[in-house]
Design a protein around this ligand. Structure first.
Ligand SMILES: O=C(O)CCC(=O)C(=O)O
Ligand SMILES: [Fe+2]
Length: 252
């Protein structure tokens, strides 16, 4: 697939049908996300590089008990099955999704998990493509059941604005530079398949593939935008793959 004709995983507007507990301060209904219990991080968060400068993982970012709590909670959200036939230029993506603009939850994932500190470490801070300022408020939840997958594509960099946290504070203009995937299930919960597979040479080739197996509670970060590797979410053949997706943001 040529880069100029590449299929993109387009961001979509937040779903207006997202209903659970509603906050009164915004028009978008936001889920009443479970607390991070036990307090995070539960392990020393050390980055493991899978592809130099392009793919890193943090194992046990969420403990298994918290993943279980999240999956129970997320399955009550109004997930919508994506159409099998994508719009022109979009990747075929067959899964059940929920999407919400929730800056508060993005900030909790950033500051209450140890992630902010782990990524700020001076020996790795050059990776992120600028001054890291937080996570994309556009939170996406994916559930893949047997037969579902996310076909090969590249992820775009997007401009976002991180809202002010306190009165008097300025909103921060930012852009996304890395995709963040948090796996909530794996073979430990009976999910077979569903690997995130990277193709370093811009074409699907079993010879060159780098397949990352699901691991419950593992966070995967991969560089996106111009330097994005072609990648896919391989078909799930049994059980359910649950993922929380957002993006790392740097100042623009
Ligand atoms: O589910 C996966 O393993 C990949 C998801 C993905 O590529 C995306 O969200 O853009
Ligand atoms: Fe992607």
């Amino acid at each position: 697939m040529a880069k100029d004709k590449r299929s993109k995983a387009h961001a979509q507007p937040p779903s207006s049908t997202a209903t659970t507990t509603t906050t009164t301060s915004t028009r978008t209904a936001k889920p009443n996300w479970p607390p991070f219990k036990p307090p995070l991080p539960v392990v020393d968060l050390t980055l493991e590089s899978l592809v130099e400068g392009k793919v890193v993982v943090l194992r046990s970012f969420f403990p298994r008990s918290l993943c279980r709590d999240y999956v129970s909670f997320l399955r009550e959200l109004p997930l919508v099955t994506t159409p099998g036939k994508p719009k022109r230029g979009e990747a075929v993506r067959v899964n059940d999704r929920f999407q919400v603009d929730d800056a508060q939850f993005a900030d909790r994932l950033w500051t209450e998990t140890g992630l902010k500190d782990a990524l700020a470490s001076p020996d790795i801070s050059h990776l992120w493509g600028g001054e890291v300022v937080g996570l994309n408020p556009n939170i996406r939840i994916y559930r893949y059941s047997a037969g579902q997958f996310f076909d090969a594509h590249y992820d775009d960099s997007n401009n976002v604005t991180l809202p002010s946290k306190e009165p008097g504070q300025q909103a921060v203009p930012a852009k996304t530079t890395w995709t963040l995937l948090l796996y909530l299930t794996s073979s430990a919960e009976g999910c077979i398949g569903g690997e995130t597979v990277f193709y370093p040479h811009d074409r699907r080739s079993a010879k060159d593939e780098i397949a990352v197996s699901l691991e419950t509670g593992m966070l995967l970060l991969h560089k996106h935008g111009n330097d994005c590797m072609l990648h896919e979410g391989r078909e799930v053949t049994a059980g359910e793959k649950w993922v929380i997706r957002t993006d790392l943001c740097v100042k623009r």
